[in-house]
Design a protein around this ligand. Sequence first.
Ligand code: NDP
Length: 279
Amino acid sequence: MAELINGKELAKEIRLKLKEKVEKENLKPKLAVILCGDDEASKVYVRNKSKACDEVGIEFEEHLLPTTTTQEELLNLIDKLNNDENIDGILLQSPIPKGLNIEEAFERIMPEKDVDGFNPYNVGKLCIGEDGFIPCTPLGIMKMFEKYNIDLEGKKAVIVGRSNIVGKPMAQCLLSKHATVTICHSRTKDLKEELKDADIVVVAVGRREIIKADMIKEGAVVIDVGMNRNDEGKLCGDVDFENVSKKASFITPVPGGVGPMTVAMLMNNVIKAYEKRRK
Ligand code: NDP
C-alpha cells in the first residue's frame, strides 16, 4: 500500500513558516490578482488564494474585470500594476474570456512581479537553470519530493500532459534534478507502454481515472495534478486512486495533495518577489 503524500499538511507547514518569517522580519508583501470574466472555478481558486494571503500576512488586492473587457484594458491594468511600487506580485487568473490573448498578457507582467512564472523570461530562466520564478504547481510537487525524500536522480519520470502551466515546467524541474524525462500528451501512441517502467509519474490531464493500476509499475511514485468532479460532484483526480494506491510506493490524494501545495508556493513566490525587489 502506498504512503500518502499529504499536501494539505505540508502546505500548512509551509504557510506557517512563511507567516513567521513575515512577522519576524516585518515584511509587507502585496499580491494583486486579476480575475477577468465569470468563471466559477476561478472565483473559488481566487478565494482560496486570498485566504492563504490573509493567513500568511500578504496583502491581497483583487481586480475584477467584466467578460466584456478588451485586450487593451487588460494590458493597461497590468501596466498600472507593474508601475505600482507597493505591489510585489501580479497574478492573472486563467482562463480569461475567449477573444483575449492570455499569452500576451502573461508576457506583459514584468518578470520581477511574475509570481506564477508564466512570463517567457521566467520560462527561459527555468529552462537554462537560472533562478527565476517557477510555476507554483511544479514547484509544489518538487517540495513534496524533497519532503518525502524521494530521490529523482537517474529515475525514469513520465509526465502525462504538456501544458505550459504544469507539464512543461514540471519536465524542466525534474530534469534539473537529473531524472530522465518523457512527456506524454493526447497524440502519444501508447500511453501504457510509456508508463510501464516509470519510477515517477506526474499526471496533469483533467480526465477522471485516465491512469489505472495496470498502467503503473509496482512501487512507482504517482503524483495526481488533475481536478475533476465525479458523478456525485465530488472533487477527484486523474488517477484511479483506490487501485493505483495498492501498487504505488507514494501517491498524492485529490483533494489534499497537489492543490494546497500550489497555493502555498504562490505565497512563497510572493515573498520571494518582495525580497528580490528590495535587494
Ligand atoms: P490542459 O488542458 O492545458 O492540458 C491537458 C494536457 O493533457 C494536454 O497536454 C493534453 O494533450 C493532455 N491530454 C489530453 N488527453 C490526453 C490523453 N488521452 N492522453 C494523454 N494526454 C492527454 O490542462 P492543465 O495542464 O492546465 O491542467 C490539467 C489538470 O490539472 C486539470 O484537471 C486542471 O484542473 C488540473 N490542475 C490542477 C492544479 C492544482 O493545483 N491541483 C493546477 C493546474 C491544473 P495535448 O497537448 O495534445 O492537447
